[in-house]
Design a protein around this ligand. Structure first.
Ligand code: GLN
Length: 541
């Protein structure tokens, strides 16, 4: 029988609920229990795929092609899970289903209401993920903040689950901010008290409160939180600022949270094993080297737009005891004055991430040209891959006006073009080439050295690809397509054999990177940056 842990948040969003949810999962895993995680997003979009990363952060892609909230990436990395589309539930999804049922006549003439029809749909979805995942505990994080109008049906659904699943099979965890006032240095628990009251008004009494605070809460704050939250002091924990998010499970477990959760769910006491996590944290916090990477992007103003990429670079860094300092550069800067690209000389590597639309592309192409000509290690992901093809076509193959039809539909040399199956698609939601697809790796290439395999599966999210009419010409001029789809018609990886490290992929390696098990292309890039900095003649993988 599956047990359910529900995590709600108070006072502010972005308070670290996702990290606390993952940390509870980690504390359970460290004791040998199997877990899955569900993220509830109360927005009306059916999925995150149609949202601008600049406003909402990155769209995370699952193996089965789900375009999900970036929190799913956090869970996958923390807990080394491969989640599915269904692990992300949105208001849009729930209402779409209920309305379709109503149109089919499934409700037999009844008046369709939020309670019970919408709440039943929510509960069914949570249960079906939990049961199909074959786990001991299903953790569900409710996005947003308690008190938001759009979160209410979800809170009502989890309230009902206590009645239906039983006290010992359900646990409510509330995470809320405890600010420290600059002037008096006092920890203020009143906002947290109000958010607990708001939760109670809906009928949920938290079993555990996690105070999110800059520092470990003092005994006075602890006493107040327990008193006004109506829970014992040993059910109050503090998630304070640490250098790496991967330390959070360790600091919460030290406070006794893992033991408390297990006891409360009726699990027998087991000694936790955090050795792998501790090894990673140790490597991440005690680097012996440093590399500086220029991330030339278009969403550089919001760090969350590139969260999986940042994480993948850090995982790769930890694997070679190297601190990876990422410097965000707005690609458009190089468009006004291409000389600005000279700043790239000061970096150990140039990284061009994913992207959509024309803005900033010429600047990115300038950066790629600079990295290629000056032998600076380069990694391009998705759009970064496509722009590297364009740069090569223009400046090496002499196709001056080469472009992607996404940027210039009238280009005489559309080296990147819409995939044939994308023509005629009008709906924007879930219509890209998505999720894990097989890739065949060419022997005796950098790709083969890094992946050590003839076939890999990697996650995708794109509409455009290398135009087959040009692939041969590009290869004749010195570009190697070292990874292709099994039918050989889709270019998936490119590299330049005579460059120190020039590598790009149509797929997104970052989605499969894990702490302690970095993704090969990111590892290759960071190691190449380090080896070049150390003066080696070629990278040593
Ligand atoms: N805009 C490009 C495409 O749709 C690249 C997408 C991406 O970088 N994820 O093919």
């Amino acid at each position: 029988m599956v047990k359910y842990v529900f995590v709600t948040g108070g006072v502010l969003s972005s308070v670290g609920k996702g990290v606390v949810t993952s940390s509870i999962g980690k504390m359970l895993q460290a004791r040998g229990y199997k877990v899955t995680v569900i993220k509830i997003d109360p927005y009306v979009n059916v999925d995150a795929g149609t949202m601008n990363p600049y406003m909402h952060g990155e769209v995370y892609v699952t193996d089965d092609g789900g375009e999900t909230d970036l929190d799913l990436g956090g869970y996958e990395r923390f807990l080394d899970l491969n989640l599915k589309k269904e692990n992300n539930i949105t208001t849009g999804m729930v209402y779409k289903e209920v309305i379709e049922k109503e149109r089919r006549g499934d409700f037999l003439g009844r008046c369709v209401q939020i309670v019970p029809h919408v709440t039943d749909e929510i509960k069914n979805r949570i249960r079906s993920v939990a049961e199909r995942s074959n786990v001991d505990v299903a953790l569900t994080e409710i996005g947003g903040t308690v008190g938001d109008i759009e979160g209410l049906p979800f809170l009502e659904a989890i309230r009902q689950m206590r009645l239906e699943e039983g006290y010992e099979n359900t646990l409510y965890v509330h995470v809320a901010l405890v600010p420290i006032l600059d002037v008096t240095k006092e920890m203020k628990t009143k906002p947290l008290q109000h958010s607990v009251n708001e939760l109670r008004r809906i009928g949920i009494q938290p079993d555990i409160i996690v105070a999110r605070c800059r520092k470990m809460i003092d005994s006075e704050a602890l006493r107040k939180i327990a008193l006004f939250g109506t829970i014992s002091e040993d059910a109050v924990f503090c998630s304070y600022n640490v250098q790496s998010i991967y330390q959070v499970p360790l600091i919460l477990d030290e406070q006794g949270m893992g033991e408390f959760v297990c006891k409360r769910l009726g699990f027998s006491e087991r000694e936790p094993d955090f050795s792998e996590l501790k090894n990673f944290v140790d490597a991440a916090l005690n680097p012996e080297h440093e590399v500086r990477i220029a991330l030339v992007g278009k969403y550089a103003g919001l760090v969350d737009s590139y969260i999986s990429m940042n994480e993948a670079l850090r995982h790769a860094g930890a694997a070679c005891r190297t601190k990876v300092s990422i410097h965000y550069i707005e690609a458009e800067k190089f468009e006004q004055n291409p000389k600005e690209a000279e700043v790239l000389k000061e970096f150990d590597g140039v990284f061009v991430p994913y992207g959509f639309g024309p803005r900033g592309t010429e600047g990115k192409i300038t950066a790629i040209k600079f990295a290629r000509e000056k032998d600076i290690p380069f990694l391009g992901i998705c759009y970064g891959f496509q722009l590297a093809v364009i740069e090569f076509a223009r400046n090496v193959c002499g196709l001056k006006e080469a472009n992607s039809t996404e940027i210039n539909p009238k280009s005489p040399h559309p080296v990147i073009d819409l995939m044939p199956e994308q023509r005629g698609i009008e709906y924007k939601g879930a219509t890209m080439r998505l999720g894990a697809h097989k890739i065949i790796i060419k022997p005796d290439t950098v790709a083969y050295t890094l992946y050590k395999s003839e076939a890999i599966y990697e996650r995708h999210r794109h509409r455009f690809e290398v135009n087959l009419d040009y692939s041969e010409r590009l290869e004749k001029n010195g570009l190697t397509f070292s990874g292709r789809s099994p039918d050989g018609r889709r270019m998936e990886i490119l590299e330049q054999p005579d460059h120190f490290f020039f590598f790009a992929s149509q797929f997104h390696g970052e989605f499969k990177s894990r702490p302690g098990n970095p993704d090969p292309e990111y590892y290759g890039f960071v190691k190449a940056c380090l080896d070049r900095k150390l003066g080696k003649s070629k990278p040593e993988f």
